[in-house]
Ligand binder design. Structure first.
Ligand code: NAG
Ligand code: NAG
Ligand code: NAG
Ligand code: NAG
Ligand code: NAG
Ligand code: ZN
Length: 777
């Protein structure tokens, strides 16, 4: 899953049942808590011991770190910081630039997209990934298993019915719920291909009149209410696009609807439509009319992860909660625009037209097919039967975790991508990222072969269950929270690496500087002038983090500064068949990334960013940028206070004052850190070893503060009504899901017109900013 500028998809049907491969249930290990606790304590003791003794000794020793040469007559060492043994940073960078190649990317893509790999349903891809990473040289590669609650599709039906008598209907249209099998697309016709369905959708069989609700945004439903149109007892049909699909279902459910149908309207396809003369895939770049967007309908903005274990890991034997707080109770199905046509046309002439509503309701892309976009509802004798049968199970998920131990054990850099896909292909989402990650691991493996050892520990993660709701990464973070809190400096995420040519990036502002620097040393795959870097051909826009990929638990639950990036298409690029059978190897090779250049570029950015954080003596953060952005976010949310009721007033003054204190402290701190960095290159004779020792402790102190900075924004009690989300600055928008909301607690209070609560949130945020300021001072 990932935030999509352009969304859509096709259909499947009532037939192919999914054969789910599940591992045998493991015995619960009764002492696992005790064992874990001991492991954690031992780990911390070892880390402290290393920090106090081993590192300083290495510091005053020679570059190779061996004590035997740490003798007065050995020649002086201008490098005052322990660093990756065996290679200089520059040499390492050269290996990371040179290793990834298109041929290998293609090989990995071909493998991952050859067969179905739904969450928890393809253990051979797990073993294959583990084997590959070991083969590349990362010996410490293990499998982290969780037992999670998820669904697999059993059966479904969607039909348009015309009532004849009391219990007697004519079938006006029976949907196939299938995507077309294409000769030119080899995985579109696999006998075991994945049916069209929604992750975490409810089982149900409903027959009711229906209503068209545009994109199903919060405001769209409000517009219906204002127009006196009720969705209660009705089936709602909405378009994909704009917000996370689960929230379209949530609001329908809250308003009493009995079922939801979500279809892919060509309106979301930019200029590349059949109406504009483009041929549809496989002949051309336009959307195949039968394409269906599968996907999760979890209430992502309430809580990601296993819905039965919010806030703790789904290990065998743990308590399970009722999942209803974060998944729907009404059934839903995704369909193609071809199969939406008869339903939308059945609305013609019933109720007002979308064109009579505000601007957000304009522009449906099926008018030329005879759809008038009436809102309905249909009369009582025109109904839809929506039947959805899901098999809910608690089944193992498998994350593959590779570790390269560094010299500093408690400043860990984590690089992750998910492996599970909604379809056999998934060449874009996620396996363009998986192919890139394999090249990243292979590149670091090449460095290891030279005898290199990183300064900081590097962890690679191939997550499972991302598509259902970031499940594999969330459970892993929840399980390892004590260790991550102490040790994790940064998380770098790639979901879909390459589905088009435009770079999109979201990040904690602490990491902006790093991202600009790394994009400036990687060649752009599309140069109009020779030598242009990715930075040169990119608009430089970095968004705030919302949700929709595996950084969520790191950033918003654990307070680990994170970045997520990838290349995707714009409105004049070939339509990406998101979560459809046509997100396939064949589509990728012909339309998505011919030549695999954007994959290779992503692999380089990914590994070089990892090395930037693992190798530089001073962690590559910038607190000033963070403070600057905190102020920009205030400017951004200011309009939310304009809508407050008469006689009430809210002031941003105190919040802004706390930010300006932080800004001053951050400028000083960054300058101090930069100064320590430049002292490292000064030549200190060996007999002034205590100066090096002093510098070591100062740098160590700076890095610890940088590492802990983001944690300061966590608020123990979490956001109102969604306490899993702990970060007071970043969260997914309550009613957007993908897109980031800044100062969510404050904004939601203002939107609710509750000034008391807005003041409370302003104080909570100020307190957090104050703590962050104290940390830097
Ligand atoms: C698992 O993935 C492999 C490689 O993509 C594929 O060949 C195989 O068919 C899949 N197995 C199952 C059981 O779906
Ligand atoms: C769904 O419910 C209807 C009655 O409302 C029934 O006729 C039909 O057989 C049910 N479908 C399934 C698959 O159970
Ligand atoms: C390459 O960049 C040029 C200029 O920015 C743009 O017009 C073109 O569409 C791009 N081509 C690809 C394949 O991205
Ligand atoms: C941090 O960012 C600020 C503002 O972007 C910049 O002026 C400063 O030089 C940066 N400091 C470091 C150490 O990168
Ligand atoms: C406003 O928020 C406060 C908590 O700060 C809460 O106690 C109160 O019930 C809220 N008022 C309304 C009208 O929702
Ligand atoms: Zn994804």
């Amino acid at each position: 899953m990932k935030e999509e500028a352009v969304l859509d998809m096709p259909a499947s049907e009532t037939t192919p049942l999914l054969v789910v491969q599940t591992a045998p249930r493991r015995q619960r290990y009764p002492h696992h808590v005790l064992r874990r606790t001991c492991t954690v304590i031992l780990g911390v003791v070892l880390a402290v011991a290393l920090t106090l003794f081993v590192l300083p000794i290495r510091l005053v020793s020679r570059n190779d770190g061996s004590l035997s040469v740490n003798v007065p007559w050995s020649k002086s060492d201008s490098e005052s910081w322990p660093h990756g043994d065996g290679l200089t940073y520059k040499e390492l960078q050269a290996i990371l630039q040179e290793t990834p190649i298109a041929g290998k990317i293609e090989e990995w893509s071909k493998y991952y997209t050859a067969g179905p790999h739904l969450a928890g349903a393809n253990f051979s891809q797990v073993l294959w990934t583990q084997e590959k990473w070991k083969e590349f040289g990362v010996d410490d590669t293990t499998i982290a298993t969780y037992d999670v609650y998820i669904n697999y599709p059993l059966d479904h039906r969607l039909a348009l019915l015309k009532k004849k008598g009391a219990d007697d209907y004519d079938i006006a249209f029976e949907a196939t719920l299938e995507e077309d099998v294409l000769e030119e697309d080899s995985t579109s016709g696999l006998p075991d291909r994945v049916p069209t369905f929604h992750g975490y959708s409810a089982t149900g069989n409903v027959t009711a009149p229906f209503v068209y609700a545009n994109f199903g945004t919060y405001e769209d439903y409000q517009d219906l209410i204002d127009a006196g149109i009720s969705v209660e007892g009705k089936i709602v049909i909405v378009k994909y696009g704009g917000l996370f699909r689960g929230l379209k279902v949530k609001r329908a459910q809250d308003l009493g609807a009995v079922g939801v149908i979500i279809y892919s309207d060509p309106q979301e396809d930019g200029d590349v439509t059949e109406l504009n003369g483009y041929e549809a895939y496989p002949a051309g770049p336009a959307r195949n009319p039968s394409a269906v967007q599968r996907g999760s309908v979890q209430f992502l903005s309430v809580a990601p992860g296993d819905p039965t274990t919010p806030g703790y890991a789904s290990k065998p034997g743990v308590d399970r909660q009722s999942p209803e707080h974060s998944i729907p109770t009404i059934p839903s199905l995704p369909i193609s625009y071809t199969e939406a046509l008869p339903l939308l046309k059945a609305l013609n002439g019933h109720g007002p037209k979308a064109s009579e509503f505000n601007k957000y309701w304009q522009g449906g892309g099926l008018a030329h097919k005879g759809v008038e976009y009436n809102i309905g509802p249909t009369p009582d004798d025109i109904v839809i039967n929506l039947y959805n049968q899901q098999d809910y199970v608690t089944t193992p998920l498998w994350n593959v975790i590779g570790v390269i131990k560094g010299t500093i054990p408690d400043e860990v850099v984590i690089l992750g991508n998910h492996r599970d896909a909604w379809v056999a292909g998934g060449a874009g989402d996620p396996n363009s990222g998986s192919a890139a990650l394999n090249e990243v691991v292979r590149s670091f493996g090449e460095a290891l072969k030279t005898g290199w050892k990183p300064l900081r520990t590097i962890v690679f993660a191939s997550w499972d269950g991302e598509e259902y709701g970031l499940v594999g990464s969330t459970e892993w973070v929840e399980e390892n929270l004590p260790w991550l809190t102490v040790a994790n400096a940064v998380y770098i995420n790639v979901d879909a690496a390459a589905t088009g040519p435009s770079l999109s990036v979201s990040a904690s502002p602490l990491l902006n500087k790093a991202f600009y620097e790394i994009t400036s040393i990687v060649q752009s795959p599309n140069q109009t002038i020779k030598g242009q870097t990715v930075r040169d051909t990119w608009d430089g826009r970095i968004s705030s983090l919302g949700s929709g990929s595996d950084y969520t638990a790191f950033q918003e639950f654990a307070g680990v500064p994170s970045v997520s990036f990838g290349f995707s298409g714009g409105k004049s690029d070939p339509v990406y068949h998101y979560h459809s059978n046509y997100d396939s190897f064949d589509w990728m090779r012909r339309f998505g990334d011919p030549g695999w250049h954007y994959h290779v570029t992503t692999a380089k950015l990914f590994s070089l960013l990892g090395a930037y954080f693992s190798e530089k003596p001073i962690l590559g953060f910038n607190a000033t940028d963070y403070a600057t952005h905190l102020q920009q976010y205030v400017d951004h949310i200011r309009p939310h206070a304009d809508k407050l009721p008469e006689q009430t007033h809210f002031s941003f003054g105190p919040l802004e004052r706390s930010i300006s204190h932080l800004h001053a402290a951050a400028v000083d701190f960054d300058a101090y850190a930069a100064d320590l960095g430049s002292q490292l290159s000064e030549d200190v004779p060996w007999y002034h070893w205590w100066k090096k020792l002093q510098l070591f402790y100062k740098i160590r102190g700076v890095n610890t503060k940088y590492k802990n900075f983001e944690r300061k924004y966590l608020y123990e009690d979490g956001l109102d009504g969604r306490s899993w989300f702990k970060h007071v600055v970043f969260a997914p928008g309550l009613w957007t899901g993908y897109a980031g909301a800044t100062y969510p607690g404050l904004v939601e209070s203002l939107d609710a017109g509750n000034v008391t609560n807005a003041v409370r949130w302003s104080e909570i945020i100020q307190e957090r900013i104050h703590e962050a300021t104290k940390l830097l001072e």
